[in-house]
Design a protein around this ligand. Sequence first.
Ligand code: OGA
Ligand code: MN
Length: 212
Amino acid sequence: MTAAPATLTWDAVLEQVADALATRGWIVLDGAVPAAVLDGLRLRLHALDDQAFHAAGVGRQSDHQRAEAFRNDRIHWLEDTDPAEAAWLAWADGLRAEMNARLYLGLNRYECHFAHYAPGHFYKKHVDAFKGQANRRLSSVLYLNEGWAHADGGELVIYEPDDAEQVATTVVPQPGRLVLFLSEGVAHEVLPAQRDRYSIAGWFRVRESMAP
Ligand code: OGA
Ligand code: MN
């Protein structure tokens, strides 16, 4: 399947993202990522075999079984030695630089991994960074599924900033859809997927010494 072409201009993406982050703390965007980048990532994903993925951890939790009750996706970190992965890392880096210029976020690097949720898999409600502790400032999720129906489950539920009981929006993981939200204070969860669900989850970070 070929992805729909990017329908938003780079300027429109930047404007919408900067505005949403400054006012609301999260945004869901379709048509932001160029089709060539998406197609490359999908091919790369299919070329990686299961052994390239490993169980994700939860914070400093070392107890594997307890971690699995909280999240059971399997992950593979991206590196710029692969051209398709490098294309996404470059796109994200452009976004990083522009958000710094517009919002003075001081983001100095981006890290991300592919995530595979097999049928029945989920990620319970969490925040990606705790205030004053971590140095993840902006979270991203890009969906790489081949279509997605309501019955497939696996929605991303985003809660209002600083109110983990109030649902802000429910995101269907449609192909090419990009979600960005502030890492601190925006709780979210992945509902159980009914079929294989693929994404790239990533974090824009500030330097260790810049974290409060
Ligand atoms: C994460 C995460 C959301 C998603 O990996 O931290 O919240 O929709 N992922 O895959
Ligand atoms: Mn998360």
